[in-house]
Design a protein around this ligand. Sequence first.
Ligand code: FES
Length: 282
Amino acid sequence: MATAAEYGLGPNTYPRGWFIVAESREIDDGPIGVTFFGRDFALYRGESGNPVMLDAYCAHMGTHLAKNTSSMLIIAEVGGKHIEGDSIRCPYHGWRYNAEGHVDDIPYHDGPCPKSASIRSYPVVDNMGCIMMWFDEDGADPDYPPPYLAQWDEGGWVHWDLDHLPELDIHPQEVLDNMCDNRHLGPTHGAPCEYFENEMRDHVLIQRQGGAMTLYGGAMLYTTTWYTGPGVLLSKQVWGDATQFEMIANTPVGDGRIKAWHGCLVKSASGTVTPEDKETQA
Ligand code: FES
């Protein structure tokens, strides 16, 4: 494991871009606490249905906004709810933060809420069954859209339920390096490449390659794989009549440590997704 400083990657510890921080379903039952980029966050779905991501700790006395099971606010809804509209109430004294991270209500105070009590809010979207956040250590806004497959919203594709891979002591740089490693494709994936190229287009790193598979009668496998920023890999894989898309995502947890997810979006053979398709997919 190496750190960003050891790699000489510049003044910031973490890369910028869109990153997965949860599956969409993980915030359907209330707020959760997550840790990425060496920071703790509160992540929840507002009553509008939109996800919201805030720094985790209340500016009043430092309570975690999402992790609480004993506050009467949470267990008995005395005097209020944890989520109101797209705002979240701190379980300790009930200060309420809106989706922009500003305090918009203090239950025992009639005057204006202090602007100095604001906490940081992060751009976050619900996209392809995932909650994706934009992270920029310097606080800059997104300058490209999150990765997206149009097939996700077409009929006939079996959606992924993501595999949650364990946290790994790997720097994100080492994950990206794999995109130009053409000599692992035979031993690791069983299809030694017969052609291979990389292309950089702004924030997108593309790999095109193909070769005969060791199994499946030596059928040709053709793949086009691309990173949109450093956190989300999508890959179109074609062999015979079959086409699937694969997603592999990594998000820094700390400096030199990542969490990873994996899933496949597969075309249903019948053109309509059946329970059998979902079972096979799982
Ligand atoms: S610690 Fe959050 S309202 Fe007091």
